[in-house]
Design a protein around this ligand. Sequence first.
Ligand code: DGJ
Length: 743
Amino acid sequence: MSIIFNDREMTLTLQTKHTTYQMKVDNYGTLLHLYYGKRVDDANMDYLIRYADVGFSPNLYDTGADRTYSLDMLPQEYPSFGVGDFRNTGLQVQHEDGSRAVELHYVSHEIFDTVYGIEGLPAAYTEYGQGETLAITLRDSASDLEVTLLYGVFEDTDMITRAVKLKNRGSKRLWVEKVHSICLDLPYGTWEIVHFHGRHNMERMFERVPLAHGTFSIGSRRGTSSHQHNPAAIICSQDATEDNGSCYGMTLLYSGNFTMDTQCDQMNQVRTTMGISPEHFRYTLEEGEVFHAPQVLMTYSDHGFAALSHRFHHFIRHHICRGRYKLERRPVLINNWEATYLDFDDDKIIEIASQAAELGIEMLVLDDGWFGKRDSDDSGLGDWYVNTKKLKGGLAPLAAKINDLGLKFGLWVEPEMISEDSDLYRTHPDWAIQIPGRKPARGRMQLVLDMGREEVRSYLYERLTDILTSAPIDYVKWDFNRSITDFYSHVLPAQRQGEGLHRFVLGIYELLERLVTRFPDILFEGCSGGGGRFDAGMLYYTPQIWCSDDTDAVERLEIQHGTSFFYPTSSVGSHVSACPNHQTGRTTPIHTRAVVAMAGSFGYELDLNLISEEEKKQVRSQVKDFIKYDSLIHNGTYYRLESPYDNQMLTAWEFVNPQQSEALVSMVVTHVRANWLGLHLKLKGLKPEGKYRIQWLPAEETTDEQGDVVYSGAALMYGGIAMPMLSGDYPAIQLYLCEIESD
Ligand code: DGJ
């Protein structure tokens, strides 16, 4: 049992292998939060709760003359607005009389021996019904609002999921103005926050800041989770490093507007709440109606960031991603975007595919521009019919030719968008999100479809099904290239417009669910101008996401470093592109570009006909290497050895297989020096007593001397390894380590 109810002490405890989470129903029916941290067996942690008479912190009416009981001070599981807790709360509701108070009291709880799912929203699952759920029912003291707090316990993986369900059990209408999915109170300690900010072409930049009094808030009001703030963050102790210290990681399974607010209060207590952004959100609950807030994954590590990341990687790969390609090796692909942009025809695509096939690449992905009137990016979106001027005869003959070359065929789409210059817009202008009487802001000269509308989703399902059955298509890249502004839905009444952006997200999920069910063998890759919708919610439908439109290998070091804190390597779409790089103008060796792209789901994005014979030779061997090491890279444990933020000279990372008998180490030198001794790296995750033979990659270029070096795991981890002298711009090295039998 990983969920334990003690009816004498009224505690509810969630136990995982290494962590304990505890709460308690107190004498007034308040659900207090007692503890979350390193595992403590059989302890009642309520001695940690402190009561004090604090000026201007109100006392609950039921506590009578006791002035020491204030919701303003107490750690709680799910604080609500209006009844004396002036900190950030999880829930704010307006009642029919206009008042806004909710005072939640424990009613009952149930324990289930499987993990919960959420209607219409992504949720962590187990293959064979393992896991447990705790559902705690709370009720407002003066209305018929029922709140169910859901906790999914994944004991072996130390992961706890949380979600909230609201139900209006009365006959009076309610308006939900804020419903966050999680509250985590940390009454003790001095904490810092690690979060991942960015912009288009520079997503998930690592930033670590101490918490000061007040609220540190991240979020998105762009309609998607956004390039600017990823819906994932870590609250960590001041001494936390990769391998030491306390940290709590949280990520939201939601692809729309969100906020995560971390507050340090008047008593230096820290509270974090996370969920759908309350801005532009107001959800009407009529009698009997239910609202589901999205799920949050959380874990606690007392061994720093690496252990935390390992748990998220494993969990997202095994309990969030689904479908055939969840664990199956993904084909090495060539994408034509940076090779041709919108200027191509079928002959050009075949030319690119032929060269790719010769070099061992396994799939061609035809990017934007194959449909409608799409010679520039200001038209055509919505007209999902093949442009037969570019592709004579349509998709089927092109796909057949590509298949004949031995390649699979993949296709780009951007279903949620509409160009004003499109037949779809001319027929259904009201399908686009825009406010009557106002001119909508354009983004990339396009508007967004109202995905909350059934007829919009039906049109897209019908069009996409038609396309996906018209040719042998093995992969779909699902793009989204602007933020949402001017929100208005033509099908919602005025008082329900505040539901529209959430209904939009539910609409995307519904359409994706229908498509992944209809086409179980297609690999879906998410994308939003790169990683503008890189979140665990999307990974439920698309097991990989194009990480960034910035394909510069040096920039990618930072982007992929930030991404690695929560998301597994298999989820990171990463390509070798041309140099000078199209985003930065920087030139890096093709070997370096491949080493960086191999920390992801690997591919190429350039015209391979234009590279030198020597580079082609390298590509051939890179593809072979990636296929050879795919399992080590995607199933292995990922270690950040040197961070691009801390180390001005190099960035390094390592994959170790579960048996710790093989490792792949990658290092990129970002600043070569004159007159130096070379670089040094300490490895991680090896067996101290194991003996490892080291091979430098590519194997063909390894000298006999280099190929015959054997060190112990202890030597490599504690003493490290001296890297050879490297020169030139951004050189990279890869080492493959294999344990040898000891004599
Ligand atoms: C943005 C994507 O991130 C690119 O890779 C490419 O697919 C373009 N859109 C196409 O418009």
